[in-house]
Write a protein that binds this ligand. Structure first.
Ligand SMILES: Cc1cc2nc3c(=O)[nH]c(=O)nc-3n(C[C@H](O)[C@H](O)[C@H](O)COP(=O)(O)OP(=O)(O)OC[C@H]3O[C@@H](n4cnc5c(N)ncnc54)[C@H](O)[C@@H]3O)c2cc1C
Length: 394
C-alpha cells in the first residue's frame, strides 16, 4: 500500500474537479486529483460547448480563462424555427451578456495543462475508488493505480466524479433527498463534420419532434433530435438522421448543411438533485450532485459555479472561517434549482408540438407561452435573463 497525505483529495477530472484542483493550487492548498480515465481520453471527450458569460468571467478573473476568451466565438442570439417560419431571439441585446462557444474537451485540455504545468499532482486511470471516515477530521481515499493499492489521508474530499461516479453513493440515505425528474423521451446527440448552417443556435419545434443545431467550431456542428422512448442508436441510420434534421429544422432560406456524422449517442433525458451536497468532510460538486439534461445547456455552467464556491469555502476554512464550508450546499442549491426550473419550462416549449396528439391541453399551454414570449418585451426580458443564466459578477 502506497500511503501519503494531502489537504484535499479531488475525485474526478471533469470541469468541476479540474477547476477545484487548479484553484486550490493557486491558493497554496495541497491537493491530489484522481481520474478514472486516461488523460488522452478526457482531453478528447466531446460534450458541452456553450458557457455563459458570468462563468467565463469567473474563470478569467481566477486566471483560468485566457485561452477560452481568446479563442471562443461568442453568440448572442438564437432562432426558434416552427410552422415553417424563423423567429430570431436576440438575448444579448436584452441582457448585455453572451455565450462563449468552446468545446468542453478544449476547456478540459486547458485546465489539465495549467494544473500539471504548475506542478499539480494528478493520477489517471485509477480504479476501485473508496472513501473512508468522512465524518472524522481525517477522511481518506483508497484506490488502485499502476497495479498498486494507494491510500491518501486528507482534510477534505471534493467529490467531482460526475453522474456515474462513486462519491454520491457515500451520502447517507437517511439524511439525503434525491429529487428526480424523467422527461420520458430521449435525445439523439450528434456531431457532424459540417460547418455551421446558421450564425447561432437553431431550435426546431416540429410535429415530428424537436431538433437543434449548435455550432461547435467552424468545421464541427452538434445536432440533437428528439427520439421516442426506447429507441437506440441502431434505429438511427445516417440517412434517417439527415432526413429528420432537414424536416424539423429547415425553413425557406435556411437550409441545413450535411457532413460526416462521427458521434451518435442517445441521451436519457432526466434530471436529479441531491440535497444536501455535503456529508461530513465530503463535498460534491457538479454532476455528482445534480444532473440537468442538456435542454438549456446548463450542466457545465453549474459545475463551474459549484467549483468556485467550493474552493472559496475551503480557502476560508484554512483562513480560520468554517462558515462558508458549512453553508456550501445551501449556497449552491438556489442556482441549481433555478436552472432545473428553466430547463423544465424550456422542455415544455421544445417538445409540445410532438406531443400535441396525446396531450392537446399541454400543447395549447405551450403555444400560449410561446405567443407571450415572442409578443411581450417583458416576458422576453425575463426569458433572456434565465437563458443566459446568472448575471451576478462572479
Ligand atoms: C451532449 C452533451 C452536451 C452538453 N452541452 C452542454 C452545454 O452546452 N453547456 C453546459 O453547460 N453543459 C452541457 N452539457 C453538460 C456538461 O457536459 C456536464 O454538465 C459537465 O461535464 C459536468 O462536469 P462535471 O465535472 O461535474 O462531471 P464530468 O464532466 O462527468 O466529470 C467527472 C469526471 O469524473 C471521472 N470519474 C468518474 N468516476 C470516477 C471515479 N470513481 N474515480 C475517479 N474519477 C471518476 C469521469 O471520468 C470524469 O472525467 C452537455 C452534456 C452532454 C452529454
Amino acid at each position: 500500500m502506497v500511503a501519503r497525505r494531502t489537504a484535499v483529495a479531488v475525485v474526478g477530472a471533469g470541469p468541476a474537479g479540474l477547476t477545484v484542483a487548479n484553484l486550490l493550487r493557486r491558493a497554496g492548498i495541497e491537493c491530489v486529483l484522481l481520474e478514472a480515465q486516461s488523460r488522452a481520453f478526457i482531453e478528447q471527450r466531446p460534450r458541452a460547448g456553450f458557457i455563459e458569460e458570468w462563468a467565463v468571467r469567473g474563470l478569467e478573473r481566477r486566471g483560468l480563462g485566457e485561452q477560452l476568451v481568446a479563442k471562443a466565438p461568442q453568440h448572442e442570439k438564437f432562432e426558434f424555427r416552427f410552422a415553417g417560419r424563423r423567429h430570431v431571439f436576440r438575448y444579448g441585446d436584452v441582457t448585455g451578456q453572451r455565450h462563449f462557444v468552446y468545446p468542453q474537451q478544449l476547456l478540459v485540455t486547458d485546465l489539465i495543462g495549467q494544473y500539471t504545468g504548475s506542478g499539480g499532482e494528478a493520477v489517471f486511470e485509477v480504479s476501485d475508488v473508496e472513501l473512508h471516515d468522512l465524518t472524522s477530521d481525517s477522511p481518506a481515499v483508497t484506490f488502485r493505480a499502476d497495479g498498486e493499492d494507494h491510500r491518501i489521508d486528507c482534510d477534505f474530499v471534493a467529490g467531482c466524479d460526475g453522474a456515474r461516479g462513486v462519491c454520491q453513493g457515500y451520502l447517507p440515505a437517511e439524511s439525503t433527498v434525491k429529487a428526480h425528474h424523467d422527461y420520458g423521451i430521449g435525445w439523439l446527440a450528434l456531431l457532424a463534420e459540417a460547418p455551421p448552417s446558421a450564425d447561432g443556435v437553431l431550435f426546431g419545434i416540429h410535429p415530428r419532434g424537436f431538433a437543434a443545431h449548435m455550432a461547435r467550431t467552424r468545421k464541427v456542428t452538434r445536432f440533437y433530435l428528439q427520439t421516442a422512448p426506447g429507441e437506440t442508436e441502431a434505429d438511427w441510420s445516417d440517412e434517417r438522421v439527415w432526413r429528420e434534421l432537414h424536416a424539423r429544422l429547415t425553413v425557406p432560406g435556411g437550409e441545413i448543411i450535411e457532413g460526416r456524422l462521427f458521434e451518435k449517442r442517445i441521451l436519457d433525458m432526466h434530471n436529479y438533485v441531491v440535497e444536501p451536497m455535503s456529508h461530513g468532510r465530503l463535498h460534491l460538486a457538479g454532476e455528482s450532485a445534480h444532473l440537468v439534461a442538456p435542454i438549456a445547456a446548463k450542466g457545465m455552467n453549474l459545475a463551474l459555479h459549484d467549483a468556485f464556491l467550493l474552493t472559496d469555502a475551503v480557502q476560508a476554512h484554512y483562513a480560520g472561517d468554517p462558515a462558508p464550508l458549512a453553508g456550501y450546499s445551501a449556497a449552491c442549491l438556489p442556482l441549481v434549482w433555478q436552472y432545473q426550473e428553466f430547463s423544465l419550462w424550456l422542455s415544455d416549449i421544445f417538445h409540445h408540438t410532438a406531443a400535441a396528439g396525446e396531450n392537446p391541453f399541454a400543447a395549447r399551454i405551450a403555444e400560449a407561452r410561446m405567443r407571450r414570449l415572442l409578443g411581450s418585451p417583458a416576458a422576453a426580458a425575463a426569458f433572456a435573463e434565465l437563458y443566459i443564466g446568472k448575471n451576478a459578477d462572479f
